[in-house]
Design a protein around this ligand. Structure first.
Ligand SMILES: [Zn+2]
Length: 256
């Protein structure tokens, strides 16, 4: 089936969720959500996380930065803002049921496509062994924040081939970590979605998680926020409660 036909079928069918397809045997599975800033995950895939956690998935967050530049407050400074935003992110994780939230501590706006951060992500993948990774779509057309773009590239490279092959970052083996295979990546914030998750039953929990990011929502009330999201979704032609991703299934030969 072509991508267009698949898209049309999905949009016109009552298939509520394809997460069972992501996991051999149906799941629940393990997911790692790797994002650039606190709040990224809640805004682009918080409903999916709420749903997966409710279904028994084990979800771990990794945040490359702590969002220490995201303010217009003249009295705010980076260290204080990072601490606030880390706490907001932890609160959102508690609401959603996320098992663990890990901050790598890179400065906001300076996520780089570099061996060090790739190695940190590979180590975390080898430690937590997720079936599915959610990250930013680094390859979408048009404007994209450099942290989102670089996050998406770094994660894609970590997933293939670095995490699978033992000679990349061999110090991990010395620490008792085995290579790991991640076979599914879901790219969030994409302009070419081909994977849709119905999160409509989890709207309240999703909104609760978004509202944890008090420093980022500009004083909007929960009701204002819900209304704004509804309007935005309608303008983009989204089904209410739907979250969209581009799916990359990584199938690799075991030997070369
Ligand atoms: Zn962001």
């Amino acid at each position: 089936m072509s991508l267009i036909d698949r898209f049309k079928t999905l949009r016109s069918s009552s298939i509520p969720l394809q997460s069972e397809e992501l996991i051999e045997g149906g799941g629940p599975g393990r997911a790692m959500v790797i994002m650039a800033h606190p709040d990224d995950a809640e805004f682009v895939c918080g409903g999916t996380i709420a749903r997966w956690c409710s279904e028994g998935w084990e979800v771990v967050y990794v945040l490359i930065t702590s969002g220490d530049k995201g303010t217009h407050d003249k009295d705010m400074y980076s260290e204080k803002l990072a601490a606030i935003r880390e706490e907001e992110q932890r609160a959102a994780c508690r609401v959603l049921g996320v098992k663990e939230c890990i901050f790598l501590g890179y400065p906001d706006g300076h996520t780089v496509e570099a061996a060090e951060v790739r190695g940190q992500i590979v180590r975390l993948l080898r430690t937590h062994k997720p079936d599915v990774v959610i990250t930013w779509d680094a390859f979408r057309k048009g404007f994209n924040h450099r942290d989102h773009r670089n996050c998406g590239v770094v994660v894609a490279d970590a997933v293939y081939p670095l995490v699978r092959d033992r000679l990349f970052y061999p110090e991990h083996e010395a620490d008792g970590l085995d290579p790991h295979e991640v076979n599914e990546i879901l790219l969030a914030g994409t302009d070419e979605p081909d994977f849709f998750v119905d999160t409509s039953a989890y709207t309240e929990k999703h909104l609760d998680a978004i509202m944890c990011h008090e420093s980022q929502i500009g004083g909007r009330t929960r009701e204002e926020f819900q209304e704004m999201r509804k309007k935005m979704g309608k303008n983009l032609g989204r089904v209410p409660g739907e979250e969209r991703f581009r799916r990359w299934s990584v199938s690799r030969p075991r030997t070369r």
